[in-house]
Design a protein around this ligand. Structure first.
Ligand code: 5GP
Ligand code: MG
Length: 480
């Protein structure tokens, strides 16, 4: 299960957290449209409301009223193709001997099955096959024998994979970021409290200030009374494995992730795309909305260098059609592209056109668009892509497709060009991504574009020395 999701956690001085949590989830809706949920704590007990659907549909006024308490966590979950299993909607919550626990998870564990088998053998009963429940049970078990910080540390030493978590133990709200910093998580300050969120746009929505990113391997514990937070660097690791795809596609352009404003990153990548493989044409068109920032950077660089290229909105998007990716069959996906995008004939007819998108996954969007543009009278259609060829699946939380579905998995760029019927096609280099993000290859997760992963995944290769935890014959120790 590859889930890319949004998480949030809030501790306030003296008002209910439900509304700010609800607004934050709205701000993070792009990270998941399948289910939404909030769990709060009023000092005595947990309150929970989790359902399938969009944030605006899941919570009615009465629901927010009943979510009492100044502390809480929230979650939006991304749909995986065809799945409508309410089992995996979050936050996940449990009560156990030493209190209540709520968990919101963005990411994907590589060794969840091993830990689940071990804990099941020790008597834990699982209600889903999701990895979030595995983290919850492991943490619950550790909390029986250790204090909060050591229990979290112990769980972190056992789970392998990507995770940005917001956790609530009784009324204490915490955030944890995996030692590789694969998925984003940041801290914000409000007038009367603190917030942890996948993206800073959620903090902006609450009129808060971004304090900083949660560090890879760090645990941040918000004070129950909303007056501050404590930080514990629980795991130190030499290299990070930040997901570059957050910057390329997934995050909101108005979010700042690992100190980079996503919009500026995308514009820089667009400039680099022109530098690497710019092509003369009459007009540059963004594929809305994901290609927009790339296209503006690309066109700007072209114009800076004297190219006579017009930047235009040649494709109109029907904003009521969801992301095409979630369509389960290829036929539906093709239909959805036509539903979603319609050309503006006057900007296209009789012209040579370059379209810019962030990425090609299956090739559906570009194939359909090129046909559409040629039907609308384009003389040539060139395609420039703001990411490298995606050749391998993502195991870390971006539900991208299987290897068989990836158009670039077994084809050369020239073969893809021929497949999608473009007049020319170029992708951005991995070096341009690393340079723009200001990070070395060994601080990024490049699994989907190199086939080499920063984690030990069954059947895949790694790009570094990885210590996959040994699970099975361990006793739980309080003092490590
Ligand atoms: P394709 O049509 O080639 O299968 O997918 C490419 C399009 O999907 C691009 O426009 C890109 O913005 C978008 N895209 C890229 N990655 C993802 C993803 O993980 N999920 C969704 N929903 N769309 C994606
Ligand atoms: Mg797109």
């Amino acid at each position: 299960m590859h889930e890319k999701c949004g998480v949030v956690g809030i501790a306030l001085e003296d008002r209910d957290a439900a509304r700010p949590l609800y607004y934050s989830l709205y701000a993070l809706q792009h990270r998941g449209q399948e289910s939404a949920g909030i769990v709060t704590h009023d000092g005595f007990q947990q309150h929970s409301h989790v359902e399938m659907g969009l944030v605006g549909d899941v919570f009615g006024p009465g629901d927010l009223e009943s979510l009492n308490g100044p502390n809480g966590i929230g979650h939006v979950r991304y749909p995986t193709a065809g799945s409508v299993d309410s089992c995996c909607a979050q936050p996940f919550s449990v009560s156990f001997k030493s209190g209540s626990l709520g968990l919101s998870h963005n990411g994907n564990l590589v060794n969840a099955d091993e830990i689940r088998d071990e804990l099941a053998g020790l008597g834990h009963a699982f209600t889903s096959d999701g990895d979030t429940e595995v983290i919850a049970h492991d943490l619950a078990r550790n909390l029986l024998e250790a204090d909060l910080v050591r229990a979290v540390k112990r769980t972190m030493s056992r789970i392998h994979g990507s995770y940005a978590l917001t956790i609530m133990h009784d009324d204490t709200v915490m955030g944890v970021r995996d030692p590789e910093g694969n998925r984003p998580l940041c801290i914000g300050e409000l007038e009367d409290g603190y917030v942890l969120a996948s993206e800073s746009a959620a903090i902006d929505t609450l009129d808060g200030e971004l304090v900083r990113d949660v560090e890879p391997g760090e645990l941040v514990v918000l004070h129950d009374d909303g007056t501050g937070y404590d930080s514990y660097q629980l795991v130190e690791q030499e290299n990070t494995a930040h997901c570059f795809f957050e910057h390329v596609y997934f995050a909101r352009p108005d979010s700042t992730i690992d100190e980079n404003l996503v919009y500026e990153v995308r514009r820089e990548l667009g400039r680099a795309l022109w530098d690497e493989s710019g092509v003369e044409s009459d007009v540059v068109l963004p594929v809305p909305d994901s290609g927009r920032a790339f296209a503006s950077g690309y066109a700007e660089a072209a114009q800076d260098q004297g190219a006579d290229i017009e930047f235009a909105e040649g494709l109109m998007k029907n904003r009521y059609v969801g992301r095409t990716f979630i369509m389960p069959t290829q036929d539906e996906r093709e239909r959805a592209v036509r539903l979603k995008l319609n050309p503006i004939k006057s900007t296209i007819e009789g012209k040579t056109v370059t379209i810019i998108d962030d990425s090609i996954v299956r090739g559906t969007t570009s194939t359909q668009l090129i046909e559409l543009l040629k039907d609308a009278g384009a003389e040539e259609v060139h395609v420039r892509i703001g990411a490298p060829e995606i050749i391998s699946p993502c195991y870390m939380g971006i539900d991208m497709a299987t290897r068989e579905e990836l158009i670039a998995a077994d084809r050369t760029t020239e073969e893809i060009r021929d497949d999608i019927k473009a007049d020319s096609l170029s992708y951005l280099s991995i070096d341009a991504i690393a340079e723009t993000l200001g990070e070395g290859h060994d601080d990024l997760c490049l699994g989907c574009v190199t086939g080499q992963y920063p984690y030990d995944i069954d059947g895949e290769e790694t790009d570094r020395e990885v210590d996959r935890p040994v699970i099975g014959d361990q006793t739980i120790e309080a003092d490590d």
